[in-house]
Design a binder for this molecule. Sequence first.
Ligand code: X2X
Length: 339
Amino acid sequence: MSITRRNLLAGVGAGAIAMAAPLRSAWAQSKAEFSYKYANNLPLTHPMNIRAKEMADAIQTETAGRVEIRIFPSSQLGSDTDMLSQVRNGGVEFFTLSGLILATLVPASSITGIGFAFSDYAAVWKALDGDLGAHVRKEIAKSNLVAMDNIWDNGFRQITSSTKPIQSADDLKGFKIRVPVSPLWTSMFKAFDSAPASINFNEVYSALQTKVVDGQENPLAIIDTAKLNEVQKFCSITNHMWDGFWFLANKRAWEKLPENMRAIVAKNINAAGLKERADVEAMNAGLQKGLTEKGMVFNQTKPDSFRDRLRQGGFYTEWKGKLGDEAWSMLERYSGKLA
Ligand code: X2X
């Protein structure tokens, strides 16, 4: 057998990685006083991880190497459900999570994902960087977690399918759709009479590929970077909800940082979040073209048929009851009357 360049490189590569890993952590232990892990569920190519890498580099420089943040993308450390328990018990120090999944622990954080509440990004950032965001962060603080000031963007969500385009609410009847592990998502697709299945993101590609479900819903930036277009044919522009990622810290680890280090870390996380928002918004606005070129078939929808179905099904009344009048009226200042 001839030794090809590829074989050689593969062999050398494997050895190099096996050796480099312990060296790197030994260096981290000897140099960085605080070596913290940041875990997330998205591919390395998503703006979340691109901006996080810049952020980690800036933090290392500005703290003169005292604080090191190591990034674990793509659910490398487990599913969202696993990572949520790890950030609670200190197994990881940082984790970004949708408020709607976090709601399994902090029910109040569902409020930002109510269907069709925000008509555009201007309304989203006004609410989330304003009193609505402050309300959710205060609730998060009660559960041993710290949420950074500026939520990161996931985006407005669209429905994809391997079987048919979704044109109106009727097409969602009986539709087998994957939703994240979250009471709000399940409730919303039940109100559409769909058959929602709760599946963590790290299993979505294979669930679609093996047809455990026929569809899923996510912003275009995720459909593209996670290559869901390889296992989905249709993409229906529903904008049925906005979703964002709270940048969470384990409270004990956060408070262990000296105050001046904490200020540097917070400043850089928030600044990276604002850049990530701009990246994601641009991607979500421009990706229809690229995904069409890759073979996806797009259709536009009208929000009314979907919103009316949620209204008739009592979805808004039910969630107003769950979230409370005070929080609900805070939301309606941005959304207009919902229930
Ligand atoms: O699980 C999803 O669909 C994702 C990636 O959008 C979230 O993290 C909520």
